[in-house]
Design a protein. Structure first.
Length: 329
């Protein structure tokens, strides 16, 4: 995001008040289970990994992946410090906003999906996807995802407080007060890009198997349908945020609503689309488990939609900041 989103006046000092201290502690402590498991696996432990799991096939690859995961999750601790210390307000905007956007994108589907999957199972909505027990023990998912949810809530709260101090003036007012938008090239491209992934994920969420690989279609369970439905929700959220910002729909809404929709929606679809695209490029021995061209299209399409919505949101914020600067001059 451009450096121009810096406030016109000096930001309010973000002292580590009680709320911030509590949220920071939650963010740091919630990293512990995940980091401990990853460290144990790097050291050679098989705790939580059942015999016959594919994770045991390549010890070197597992160590490298787990080492990278440790670095990524350790970034949560760094972000918690940046968001709660006075010197954090001097960090360049792009250097902070991008990793927080990525963290939002990776954590939001887990925060919404894991509880939804549990609710569906409690009401007898179907068995878990086949093969999960052979990958990791069920308790590992419960421990790790609970930690991720706590991290997401804590980081979200800390960033909201930080952003209010530093950029709060940029989301004041109502949507009707925004300058009128126009249907430009970016919005036309967005409409074209969004149609394939939105259609495919909606079909898969409704039980249609067209476009899925044989292995993926056979493994479908309640978890699969919940995640596919969430991809649809986050795609719609991203599109809604972009449309509200561009065309001033929902004039009585606070400006923070479309900005939040664009932020969370774009992050979720871009980051998970990118991750699924990357994972689908890895070699799979069984032809039935290999992603199909339509699966590649869905993943790449949602990633591009998320990146484009993020760019539209960043452009809007930069324009509003520039407008405020001109009025103050």
């Amino acid at each position: 995001m451009p450096q121009s989103i810096a406030p016109l006046a000096a930001p309010h000092p973000a002292g580590a008040g009680r709320t911030r201290r509590v949220l920071r502690a939650v963010a740091v402590v919630s990293c512990a289970p995940y980091l401990a498991l990853k460290a144990a696996w790097i050291a050679g432990s098989h705790v939580g990994i059942p015999a016959g799991s594919a994770l045991l096939d390549d010890r070197l690859a597992m160590a490298l992946i787990n080492g990278f995961s440790v670095l990524v999750d350790s970034g949560v601790i760094v972000l918690a410090l940046v968001l709660t210390r006075p010197w954090g307000l001097r960090v360049p905007a792009w250097l902070l906003v991008f990793p927080v956007w990525v963290a939002t994108g990776l954590l939001a589907p887990i925060m919404a999906g894991f509880p939804a999957q549990l609710v569906v199972k409690w009401f007898g909505g179907g068995a878990p996807s086949a093969g999960r027990e052979a990958f990791l023990d069920e308790w590992v998912f419960a421990v790790v995802y609970t930690g991720f949810i706590a991290q997401g809530l804590a980081l979200g709260g800390l960033f909201a407080l930080y952003a209010r101090d530093r950029w709060g003036h940029l989301w004041r007012g109502r949507v009707r007060e925004l300058p009128a938008g126009s249907l430009g090239p970016a919005h036309r491209v967005l409409a074209v890009l969004a149609l394939p992934p939105l259609t495919l994920h909606a079909l898969w969420a409704c039980g249609v198997s067209a476009g899925l690989g044989e292995g993926r279609a056979a493994d479908r369970g309640s978890d699969f349908y919940v995640l596919e439905a969430l991809y649809v929700v986050f795609l719609l959220a991203a599109l809604a945020g972009a449309v509200l910002l561009a065309f001033r729909r929902g004039g009585a809404l606070p400006v923070s609503v479309p900005l939040a929709l664009a932020w969370v929606g774009s992050g979720a679809v871009a980051c998970w689309g990118g991750w699924l695209s990357l994972a689908s490029l890895s070699g799979v021995a069984d032809l039935a488990d290999r992603p199909t061209p339509l699966m590649h299209l869905a993943y790449a399409g949602q990633m591009l939609v998320g990146l484009l919505v993020a760019a539209i949101g960043a452009y809007h914020v930069a324009e509003r900041s520039a407008g405020a600067a001109r009025r103050a001059a």
